[in-house]
Write a protein that binds this ligand. Structure first.
Ligand code: HEC
Length: 187
């Protein structure tokens, strides 16, 4: 086998190893185990914006809406692109943003405003969390305690999400990757 061919066979493995190593820096905790929200998630990989999505866990929005923006850390995304699976230490962020209606030159439709309504996290950490994934929320960006496994976050994600408890069915650039890798299981 030529050196060149060897490289191409080993390349995906190297990518996974590198991704896992970089990813280890994204899930960070205080010494007492609180999750430290990433300050720079706005520079991460953008997966989708939902507008007024309602799946029965919150009251239906009235009047102006609520956007939710989903981001994933870049190291995890690199591994996902190569494998269709989320590596250990993957961090997802879901950010709620209040919508605006009339503003500047806009007459109809809705746009996102500076007003952040909530911040939620979904973290893969096989050693730390029951089932391998933990949920957190932090309105003010301060370290937060794990949401207990009995909370409905876990039940809904485990029952309905298409890839490893994440809602890839709603993330248009991730969905084809998971379908191709056969890691996609929509219920
Ligand atoms: C009834 C079902 C349901 C419940 C309960 C629920 N979620 Fe979700 N969650 C969703 C759906 C649907 C999406 C996709 C959102 C989108 O497309 O913008 C999502 C996406 C997310 C994401 C983005 C990453 C991912 O896993 O796809 C995070 C973070 C998240 N939810 C956190 C939470 C937290 C924290 C709770 C509990 C406080 C919670 N969720 C409860 C349905 C649910």
């Amino acid at each position: 086998m030529t050196a060149n061919r060897k490289f191409w066979i080993l390349a995906p493995l190297l990518l996974v190893a590198a991704g896992a190593a970089v990813g280890a820096e994204t899930a960070r905790y205080t010494p007492s185990g609180a999750f430290i929200p990433p300050a720079d998630y706005r520079e991460w990989i953008f997966l989708s914006s939902g507008l007024n999505m309602n799946y029965g866990d919150e009251p239906v929005a009235t009047g102006l809406g609520l956007f939710d923006n989903v981001f994933v850390d870049p190291a995890a995304w690199r591994v996902f692109k190569a494998t269709g699976h989320w590596p250990d230490k993957t961090v997802f962020v879901k950010e709620g943003r209040a919508a605006g209606g009339k503003g500047s030159i806009n007459d109809t439709g809705q746009f996102q405003t500076e007003s952040r309504a909530y911040l939620e996290f979904h973290v893969r950490d096989e050693k730390r969390f029951k089932g391998g994934w933990g949920f957190f929320e932090s309105a003010d960006g301060k370290p937060s305690r794990l949401i207990p496994h009995a909370a409905k976050c876990y039940a809904c994600h485990e029952a309905n999400a298409a890839v490893e408890t994440t809602f890839v069915q709603f993330y248009p650039t991730a969905k084809p990757i998971a379908l191709k890798a056969r890691s996609y299981h929509e219920r």
